[in-house]
Design a protein around this ligand. Structure first.
Ligand code: GLP
Length: 250
Protein backbone atom coordinates (compact mmCIF):
# COMPACT_ATOMS: atom_id res chain seq x y z
CA UNK A 1 0.00 0.00 0.00
CA UNK A 2 1.30 3.41 -0.93
CA UNK A 3 0.18 6.55 0.91
CA UNK A 4 0.24 9.87 -0.93
CA UNK A 5 -0.24 13.02 1.12
CA UNK A 6 -1.72 15.81 -0.96
CA UNK A 7 -2.09 19.51 -0.18
CA UNK A 8 -5.89 19.37 -0.38
CA UNK A 9 -8.83 17.20 -1.40
CA UNK A 10 -8.84 19.14 -4.69
CA UNK A 11 -5.27 18.01 -5.34
CA UNK A 12 -6.23 14.41 -4.52
CA UNK A 13 -9.06 14.68 -7.04
CA UNK A 14 -6.73 16.05 -9.70
CA UNK A 15 -4.23 13.22 -9.19
CA UNK A 16 -6.89 10.50 -9.14
CA UNK A 17 -8.61 11.90 -12.24
CA UNK A 18 -5.27 12.10 -14.03
CA UNK A 19 -4.52 8.50 -13.18
CA UNK A 20 -7.88 7.42 -14.63
CA UNK A 21 -7.27 9.46 -17.79
CA UNK A 22 -3.78 7.97 -18.19
CA UNK A 23 -5.16 4.45 -17.73
CA UNK A 24 -7.87 5.19 -20.31
CA UNK A 25 -5.29 6.50 -22.77
CA UNK A 26 -3.36 3.25 -22.58
CA UNK A 27 -6.47 1.01 -22.51
CA UNK A 28 -9.54 2.48 -24.29
CA UNK A 29 -11.74 -0.41 -23.10
CA UNK A 30 -10.81 0.19 -19.47
CA UNK A 31 -12.91 -1.57 -16.82
CA UNK A 32 -13.55 0.90 -14.00
CA UNK A 33 -14.88 0.23 -10.52
CA UNK A 34 -16.75 3.30 -9.27
CA UNK A 35 -17.67 4.75 -5.89
CA UNK A 36 -20.34 7.13 -4.65
CA UNK A 37 -20.30 9.58 -1.72
CA UNK A 38 -19.10 13.17 -1.74
CA UNK A 39 -15.38 12.35 -2.09
CA UNK A 40 -15.30 11.25 -5.77
CA UNK A 41 -17.58 14.07 -7.00
CA UNK A 42 -14.67 16.40 -7.98
CA UNK A 43 -12.92 13.48 -9.70
CA UNK A 44 -16.02 12.83 -11.78
CA UNK A 45 -16.26 16.56 -12.61
CA UNK A 46 -12.70 16.44 -13.98
CA UNK A 47 -13.49 13.36 -16.08
CA UNK A 48 -16.56 15.07 -17.54
CA UNK A 49 -14.51 18.16 -18.32
CA UNK A 50 -11.81 16.10 -20.06
CA UNK A 51 -14.49 14.34 -22.14
CA UNK A 52 -16.18 17.65 -23.01
CA UNK A 53 -12.85 19.05 -24.23
CA UNK A 54 -12.45 15.97 -26.41
CA UNK A 55 -9.38 14.85 -24.48
CA UNK A 56 -10.86 11.53 -23.35
CA UNK A 57 -13.14 9.00 -25.00
CA UNK A 58 -15.14 6.88 -22.56
CA UNK A 59 -17.29 5.17 -25.21
CA UNK A 60 -15.59 1.78 -24.81
CA UNK A 61 -15.26 1.86 -21.03
CA UNK A 62 -17.22 -0.56 -18.85
CA UNK A 63 -18.08 0.42 -15.27
CA UNK A 64 -19.09 -1.50 -12.17
CA UNK A 65 -20.40 0.39 -9.18
CA UNK A 66 -19.53 -0.75 -5.69
CA UNK A 67 -22.94 -0.66 -4.11
CA UNK A 68 -26.61 0.32 -4.23
CA UNK A 69 -29.40 0.72 -1.69
CA UNK A 70 -32.13 -1.89 -1.37
CA UNK A 71 -35.62 -0.42 -1.43
CA UNK A 72 -35.03 2.60 -3.65
CA UNK A 73 -36.16 2.30 -7.25
CA UNK A 74 -33.20 2.97 -9.56
CA UNK A 75 -34.82 6.20 -10.78
CA UNK A 76 -35.22 7.51 -7.20
CA UNK A 77 -33.16 10.72 -6.82
CA UNK A 78 -31.19 9.28 -3.87
CA UNK A 79 -30.31 5.98 -5.55
CA UNK A 80 -26.70 5.47 -6.50
CA UNK A 81 -27.92 4.92 -10.07
CA UNK A 82 -29.20 8.53 -10.03
CA UNK A 83 -26.03 9.76 -8.35
CA UNK A 84 -23.87 8.24 -11.06
CA UNK A 85 -26.11 9.46 -13.86
CA UNK A 86 -25.95 13.01 -12.51
CA UNK A 87 -22.26 13.16 -11.62
CA UNK A 88 -20.69 11.06 -14.34
CA UNK A 89 -22.59 9.00 -16.85
CA UNK A 90 -24.65 11.73 -18.55
CA UNK A 91 -21.58 13.93 -18.99
CA UNK A 92 -19.54 11.08 -20.43
CA UNK A 93 -22.38 9.67 -22.52
CA UNK A 94 -21.56 6.15 -21.31
CA UNK A 95 -24.11 3.71 -22.70
CA UNK A 96 -26.40 2.27 -20.00
CA UNK A 97 -25.51 -1.29 -21.00
CA UNK A 98 -21.85 -0.61 -20.15
CA UNK A 99 -22.65 0.50 -16.58
CA UNK A 100 -23.39 -2.20 -14.03
CA UNK A 101 -24.61 -2.01 -10.43
CA UNK A 102 -25.09 -4.73 -7.85
CA UNK A 103 -28.66 -6.07 -8.17
CA UNK A 104 -31.05 -4.92 -5.46
CA UNK A 105 -34.48 -6.13 -6.52
CA UNK A 106 -36.20 -9.21 -7.84
CA UNK A 107 -36.31 -12.82 -6.82
CA UNK A 108 -33.20 -14.78 -5.85
CA UNK A 109 -30.82 -11.91 -5.10
CA UNK A 110 -27.92 -14.24 -4.18
CA UNK A 111 -28.05 -15.77 -7.67
CA UNK A 112 -28.16 -12.32 -9.26
CA UNK A 113 -25.20 -11.20 -7.08
CA UNK A 114 -23.27 -14.20 -8.39
CA UNK A 115 -24.17 -13.10 -11.95
CA UNK A 116 -22.83 -9.61 -11.17
CA UNK A 117 -19.53 -11.18 -10.09
CA UNK A 118 -19.53 -13.30 -13.23
CA UNK A 119 -20.10 -10.19 -15.36
CA UNK A 120 -16.98 -8.60 -13.81
CA UNK A 121 -14.98 -11.72 -14.61
CA UNK A 122 -16.36 -11.88 -18.16
CA UNK A 123 -15.03 -8.33 -18.75
CA UNK A 124 -11.57 -9.49 -17.72
CA UNK A 125 -11.81 -8.05 -14.20
CA UNK A 126 -11.69 -4.49 -12.91
CA UNK A 127 -8.58 -2.58 -14.02
CA UNK A 128 -8.96 0.39 -11.69
CA UNK A 129 -11.19 0.54 -8.63
CA UNK A 130 -12.03 3.86 -6.93
CA UNK A 131 -12.85 3.80 -3.25
CA UNK A 132 -13.96 6.26 -0.60
CA UNK A 133 -13.77 5.47 3.08
CA UNK A 134 -16.43 5.38 5.76
CA UNK A 135 -15.71 6.91 9.18
CA UNK A 136 -15.93 3.38 10.55
CA UNK A 137 -13.45 2.09 7.97
CA UNK A 138 -16.02 0.70 5.56
CA UNK A 139 -15.27 0.35 1.85
CA UNK A 140 -18.24 0.14 -0.48
CA UNK A 141 -20.86 -0.89 2.06
CA UNK A 142 -18.62 -3.51 3.67
CA UNK A 143 -19.25 -2.57 7.28
CA UNK A 144 -17.04 -3.65 10.20
CA UNK A 145 -17.26 -7.44 10.56
CA UNK A 146 -17.41 -8.06 6.81
CA UNK A 147 -15.45 -11.23 6.03
CA UNK A 148 -12.23 -10.67 4.11
CA UNK A 149 -13.37 -13.33 1.63
CA UNK A 150 -16.81 -11.75 1.13
CA UNK A 151 -18.34 -11.35 -2.33
CA UNK A 152 -21.25 -9.28 -3.64
CA UNK A 153 -24.11 -9.67 -1.18
CA UNK A 154 -26.89 -8.05 0.82
CA UNK A 155 -25.74 -6.13 3.91
CA UNK A 156 -27.27 -4.27 6.83
CA UNK A 157 -25.98 -0.72 7.27
CA UNK A 158 -24.50 0.37 10.62
CA UNK A 159 -26.11 3.18 12.62
CA UNK A 160 -23.01 5.32 12.07
CA UNK A 161 -23.20 4.88 8.31
CA UNK A 162 -26.92 5.70 8.36
CA UNK A 163 -26.12 8.88 10.32
CA UNK A 164 -23.32 9.84 7.92
CA UNK A 165 -25.45 9.33 4.84
CA UNK A 166 -28.61 10.92 6.31
CA UNK A 167 -27.44 14.23 4.81
CA UNK A 168 -28.27 12.92 1.34
CA UNK A 169 -31.94 12.37 2.33
CA UNK A 170 -34.68 14.92 3.04
CA UNK A 171 -35.97 14.90 6.59
CA UNK A 172 -38.89 12.51 6.83
CA UNK A 173 -37.73 10.64 3.72
CA UNK A 174 -37.24 6.91 4.24
CA UNK A 175 -33.53 6.09 4.32
CA UNK A 176 -32.76 2.52 3.28
CA UNK A 177 -31.15 0.38 5.97
CA UNK A 178 -29.96 -2.36 3.63
CA UNK A 179 -27.81 -2.39 0.52
CA UNK A 180 -26.01 -4.73 -1.86
CA UNK A 181 -22.26 -4.24 -2.04
CA UNK A 182 -19.29 -5.78 -3.77
CA UNK A 183 -17.46 -7.83 -1.14
CA UNK A 184 -13.97 -7.29 0.21
CA UNK A 185 -12.66 -10.13 -1.97
CA UNK A 186 -14.41 -8.63 -5.01
CA UNK A 187 -12.65 -5.32 -4.37
CA UNK A 188 -9.28 -6.99 -3.80
CA UNK A 189 -9.56 -8.69 -7.22
CA UNK A 190 -9.16 -5.28 -8.93
CA UNK A 191 -5.75 -4.85 -10.51
CA UNK A 192 -5.24 -1.35 -9.10
CA UNK A 193 -7.10 0.41 -6.28
CA UNK A 194 -7.21 4.15 -5.54
CA UNK A 195 -8.70 5.14 -2.19
CA UNK A 196 -9.40 8.79 -1.48
CA UNK A 197 -10.10 10.16 1.98
CA UNK A 198 -10.50 13.77 3.04
CA UNK A 199 -11.07 15.56 6.30
CA UNK A 200 -10.29 14.83 9.95
CA UNK A 201 -13.46 12.74 10.38
CA UNK A 202 -11.63 10.04 8.39
CA UNK A 203 -8.29 10.34 10.25
CA UNK A 204 -8.95 7.55 12.71
CA UNK A 205 -10.10 5.09 10.01
CA UNK A 206 -7.11 6.05 7.84
CA UNK A 207 -4.62 5.46 10.61
CA UNK A 208 -6.20 2.12 11.55
CA UNK A 209 -6.21 1.00 7.91
CA UNK A 210 -2.62 2.03 7.23
CA UNK A 211 -0.91 1.23 10.52
CA UNK A 212 -3.15 -1.18 12.41
CA UNK A 213 -3.59 -4.93 11.93
CA UNK A 214 -5.46 -6.38 8.96
CA UNK A 215 -8.80 -7.09 10.57
CA UNK A 216 -12.44 -7.55 9.65
CA UNK A 217 -13.34 -4.89 12.22
CA UNK A 218 -11.70 -2.28 9.97
CA UNK A 219 -12.59 -3.32 6.40
CA UNK A 220 -10.18 -0.89 4.70
CA UNK A 221 -7.26 -2.62 6.44
CA UNK A 222 -7.83 -5.50 3.98
CA UNK A 223 -6.31 -3.26 1.30
CA UNK A 224 -2.91 -3.99 2.82
CA UNK A 225 -3.27 -7.47 1.29
CA UNK A 226 -3.51 -5.89 -2.16
CA UNK A 227 -0.43 -5.53 -4.35
CA UNK A 228 -1.22 -2.17 -5.95
CA UNK A 229 -3.25 0.19 -3.77
CA UNK A 230 -2.66 3.91 -3.24
CA UNK A 231 -4.32 6.04 -0.57
CA UNK A 232 -4.69 9.71 -1.57
CA UNK A 233 -5.10 11.69 1.64
CA UNK A 234 -5.61 15.37 2.31
CA UNK A 235 -3.95 16.83 5.44
CA UNK A 236 -7.05 16.28 7.58
CA UNK A 237 -7.38 12.59 6.71
CA UNK A 238 -3.61 12.05 7.15
CA UNK A 239 -3.51 13.91 10.46
CA UNK A 240 -3.00 10.87 12.71
CA UNK A 241 -0.48 8.98 10.57
CA UNK A 242 3.04 8.58 11.84
CA UNK A 243 5.35 10.73 9.65
CA UNK A 244 7.19 7.77 8.09
CA UNK A 245 3.94 6.66 6.35
CA UNK A 246 3.70 9.92 4.44
CA UNK A 247 4.84 10.33 0.85
CA UNK A 248 4.37 13.81 -0.59
CA UNK A 249 2.48 14.03 -3.88
CA UNK A 250 4.64 14.78 -6.91
C1 GLP B 1 -21.01 5.67 1.28
C2 GLP B 1 -20.56 4.76 0.15
C3 GLP B 1 -19.08 4.45 0.27
C4 GLP B 1 -18.31 5.76 0.43
C5 GLP B 1 -18.74 6.43 1.69
C6 GLP B 1 -17.96 7.70 2.01
O1 GLP B 1 -21.21 4.98 2.47
N1 GLP B 1 -21.27 3.52 0.13
O2 GLP B 1 -18.65 3.77 -0.90
O3 GLP B 1 -16.94 5.49 0.46
O4 GLP B 1 -20.12 6.75 1.53
O5 GLP B 1 -18.68 8.85 1.69
P1 GLP B 1 -18.09 10.30 1.60
O6 GLP B 1 -17.16 10.31 0.44
O7 GLP B 1 -19.29 11.16 1.37
O8 GLP B 1 -17.40 10.58 2.89
Amino acid sequence: MQVVLTASSAESARLVAQEILDALASKPDLVLGLATGSTPVPVYARLREAAARGEADFSRVTTFNLDEYIGLPVEHPRSYHSFMREHLFEGLRVAADRTAFPPTAGADLPARCAEFEERIRACGGIDLQLLGLGRNGHIGFNEPGSPLDSRTRTVQLCERTLEDNARFFESGEDQPRRAVTMGIATILDARRILLQAAGPAKAHAVRSAVEGPVTETLPASALRRHADTTFYLDPGAARDLTPSERVPAH
